[in-house]
Design a protein around this ligand. Sequence first.
Ligand SMILES: Cc1cc2nc3c(=O)[nH]c(=O)nc-3n(C[C@H](O)[C@H](O)[C@H](O)COP(=O)(O)O)c2cc1C
Length: 136
Amino acid sequence: MKAICYISNFAKDLNRKTIDELITYVNKNNKIQNITGLLIIKNKHFFQILEGDTKKVDALYKRIKRDIRHTGLITLLNTKIEGRIFNDYNSGNFEIFQKFEDMKKLYLYFNWINNANYLPADKLIRLTTNFLKHNQ
Ligand SMILES: Cc1cc2nc3c(=O)[nH]c(=O)nc-3n(C[C@H](O)[C@H](O)[C@H](O)COP(=O)(O)O)c2cc1C
């Protein structure tokens, strides 16, 4: 099992419709592939955490890196994990956070995994929190 976390920027011509289509696709495909994590879309940036079977996550990340809907991708974390962090969150479904209410849910979840003392939860929380702070 592994976890990957990255940030990237919207491609120039990205519009509401394209984003909605992407969200629908991501939700559906990750469910099929049993990939968990989250995708935060804010201020024309993407922030994504993917976790799951190593081969599946690597193959997916290869496709994501080639995707022309975003640019300037920077990998923040690419590491083996012993178990899922997002397993218990929303039944392991892929989560898209766009509304303030969703952010609150995310922080509650962070509190919970922080107490579970699981690494690299710490690191993922720090990365995610920093991203949100800089994109309010
Ligand atoms: C920001 C961003 C995040 C994405 N996240 C996922 C994802 O989590 N799961 C997924 O299957 N595709 C995701 N995609 C779509 C993939 O890049 C790719 O289009 C899709 O897997 C189909 O690949 P293929 O056309 O090579 O078969 C994402 C695309 C972007 C731009």
